[in-house]
Design a protein around this ligand. Structure first.
Ligand SMILES: CC(C)(COP(=O)(O)OP(=O)(O)OC[C@H]1O[C@@H](n2cnc3c(N)ncnc32)[C@H](O)[C@@H]1OP(=O)(O)O)[C@@H](O)C(=O)NCCC(=O)NCCS
Length: 183
């Protein structure tokens, strides 16, 4: 996937939801970022966890924000990330000629699962995409074995386009479109 290059970034202010804030990465998020990418549970359907020492070494001392990458914070502390990138044209799964659709991804620390935080944060991110990239269909790709992720995708309003094999597993590929403007 490629970074979003064509959006105003960062947003004028962090995005606040009922319980959460979506913001750029900060220095204080480092330990949570390491936990997220080295957790076997979080990465069970994402190619497996990173090796902690090697991941820490490679992680820059200063947080590296980029357009579309939101840290999700609860009471200031990071509990997960929501990531928007462009779906590479040469990968399977497309809903328009040429591909490069904005693609939603999400990873939350296991202690934050089961409270509706991911749904709350992703709903806010979809609202941001609808404003930042008006009219663009948003896609999502997740393993069919990843039950929690599939439930979240359905709750957010994604509908199935197709399934395909990639990275040795069956993938579910869905699309979300902003509600049409009335009037
Ligand atoms: C996928 C993932 C983000 C889903 O997290 P989640 O917490 O299950 O998702 P939601 O935010 O939708 O929360 C749903 C749960 O919160 C519960 N909940 C509790 N309070 C709630 C509230 N106030 N509002 C909504 N739901 C609430 C729901 O009942 C549901 O519980 P259940 O799982 O027992 O059915 C998480 O499992 C994860 O990070 N997985 C690893 C990374 C990954 O695989 N990502 C996919 C890559 S695209």
């Amino acid at each position: 996937m490629t970074d979003l290059a064509d959006v105003d970034w960062p947003p004028p202010a962090p995005i606040a939801t009922r319980r959460l804030v979506l913001r750029e990465p900060e220095r204080r998020d480092r330990a949570a970022i390491v936990d997220l990418f080295t957790s076997a549970e979080v990465n069970a359907y994402l190619g497996g966890p990173r090796e902690p020492a090697e991941f820490e070494r490679a992680l820059p001392a200063e947080p590296q924000g980029r357009p579309g990458l939101f840290v999700v914070a609860l009471d200031g502390a990071m509990i997960g990330i929501v990531d928007v990138k462009r779906h590479d044209a040469e990968r399977p799964g497309h809903v328009r000629p040429g591909g490069e659709e904005p693609e939603l991804g999400y990873m939350f620390l296991p202690r934050a699962w089961g409270y509706g935080y991911a749904a709350e944060a992703c709903t806010a991110a979809l609202g941001w995409i609808a404003e930042a990239l008006p009219g663009e269909p948003v896609v999502l790709c997740t393993q069919t074995a990843n039950g929690r992720s599939l439930r979240l995708a359905a709750k957010l309003g994604f509908t199935e386009v197709e399934r395909f094999e990639e990275w040795g597993a069956e993938q579910w590929f869905g699309v979300w479109s902003p509600a049409p403007l009335h009037g």
